[in-house]
Design a protein around this ligand. Structure first.
Ligand SMILES: Cc1ncc(COP(=O)(O)O)c(C=O)c1O
Length: 439
């Protein structure tokens, strides 16, 4: 006799079979198989998790979301994780949280936030979107991270914070940055979207700032398709972030809260200046958004989270092999470097073609792409050269010469766990062929 349980078992059994038939890796054909810089790495467990969540049909944020948030917080080592629908949304919420009137000393329009000139556009966009002023500082070649020596010259009476990214998984120089922030009472937000699992001084990135963010877009260390998270140790900041994510409502009840609310007096709340009691679910203390993740995405996220340590280990292994193989070309290429006390969880392997090299970045990229080795530029390059950002109100420290060089000469190749030994060897051979072609 069939029952919902046995039907579900049959479906999930077939899902696993479908994975083996449709998704199992295909053989690598040198030259024909594209060597992606990143991609989803999954097996039948993610498909089963997704289908299971579809059969539950909770759809919006629910039991899987709660477990996913807890799992993320535990992994990074923070008190709270707020799951959102992208890393960009996480950055937006982080910045909006610091502008909340519920804080004693919120950021005000016109306040300044120091941020690197090189990076992903949605690290900078939320600064502008919240009517704050970005103050751009240059980064170092090799680490592609904010140079702490430029913090002091960036300071003004309006400076309130630092919004930095750990570029390509390389931890920023947090000892100097935290020291500076403490000395000047600045907040730190860490965009750790590219650096899940990176440590510096034995401490996870994402635990240094008042808030930090993650992305689960497929290029990142683990994926939920679209997705992200805001992390914090501060219960008040977590509460505001959650409220901003959920339409700006004050009530923090979850899917399993009782009808009368976790407080037991849901229908007896008061809005100052309004005489009738009001349902807490409709009390809005923030001008919010709806940036929630779905329960199907977080079900996939839980399956990915279980694999995160092995994903990170493989990224490190692939990085080491590529870095060792490319070392011989250092006369022409600036290879990645990282602080001595850092252990990067690599997003990718960034390379800058030295200005003295007898070839241009375009030549090298054309060669690699022509051999099916995928490349990407270091995101926006010098962001204030991008059309969307050219006219924003900002300040800049110095001439941002490294940012310009990166925009002109840097690119990156993949290290993701989908690259096996044969693919790594093929990539190194493509570089070797390029340099032989120069002779
Ligand atoms: C450093 C950094 N921050 C933020 C983002 C935005 O993440 P998402 O694509 O999830 O919006 C990215 C995207 O790759 C990124 O690399």
């Amino acid at each position: 006799m069939s029952s919902p349980e046995s039907t579900r078992d049959k479906i999930l059994h077939l899902v696993a079979e479908h994975y083996r038939e449709a998704h199992k890796s295909r053989p690598f054909v040198p030259g024909n198989t594209r060597i992606h810089y990143a991609g989803r790495v999954f097996d039948e467990q993610e498909l089963i998790a997704a289908v299971n969540a579809c059969l539950d049909f909770w759809l919006t944020d629910g039991p899987n979301t709660a477990a996913f948030e807890q799992g993320l917080a535990d992994y990074v080592g923070v008190r709270s994780a707020v799951a959102v629908n992208s890393g960009s949304s996480a950055n937006l919420i982080a910045m909006a949280t610091l502008c909340s009137n519920q804080l004693e000393h919120p950021l005000e329009p016109g306040d300044e936030v120091i941020t690197p000139a090189v990076g992903f556009p949605t690290t900078v966009a939320p600064i502008v979107q919240n009517r704050l002023i970005p103050v751009f500082v240059d980064c170092r070649l090799g680490t592609y991270n904010l140079n702490p020596a430029h913090l002091e010259p960036a300071l003004s009476s309006r400076t309130r914070g630092i919004f930095l990214a750990h570029t390509m998984g390389i931890p920023a120089e947090m000892t100097a940055i935290v020291e500076f922030a403490h000395a000047h009472r600045l907040f730190i937000v860490e965009d750790a979207c590219d650096a899940l699992g990176s440590t510096i001084g034995g401490r996870m990135v994402g635990t240094f700032g008042e808030l930090s963010t993650l992305s689960f877009y497929p290029a990142h260390h683990m994926t939920t398709g679209e997705g992200g998270a805001v992390l914090t140790d501060d219960p008040m900041l977590a509460r505001i972030s959650r409220s901003l994510r959920d339409w700006g409502r004050d009530c923090q009840c979850t899917y399993d809260s009782p009808p009368d609310g976790a407080c037991g007096r849901r229908f007896e709340w008061h809005i100052p200046g309004f005489d009738e009691p009001y349902d807490h679910r409709y009390l809005f203390t923030e001008i919010g958004y709806n940036l929630k993740m779905t329960d199907i995405q977080t079900a996939i996220g839980l399956a990915q989270l279980a694999k995160l340590p092995e994903f990170i280990a493989k990224r490190k292994e692939n990085f080491s092999r590529l870095q060792a193989g490319l070392k011989q070309y250092e006369e022409f290429l600036i290879l990645p470097t990282w602080p001595t006390e850092a252990d990067p969880s690599w997003f990718a392997l960034p390379i800058t073609v030295r200005p003295s090299a007898p070839f241009a970045r375009a030549d090298m990229i054309a060669w690699l792409e022509g051999r099916n080795v995928e490349t990407r530029l270091l995101f926006a390059g010098n962001i204030i050269r991008q059309p969307g950002f050219r006219d924003i109100e900002h300040r800049a420290v110095g001439n941002l010469a490294n940012a310009d060089l990166i925009m002109r000469a840097a690119f990156f190749i993949g290290v993701f766990p989908g690259l096996d030994d044969d693919r790594i060897a093929y990539v190194l051979e493509a570089f070797a062929d390029f340099f032989r072609s120069l002779d």
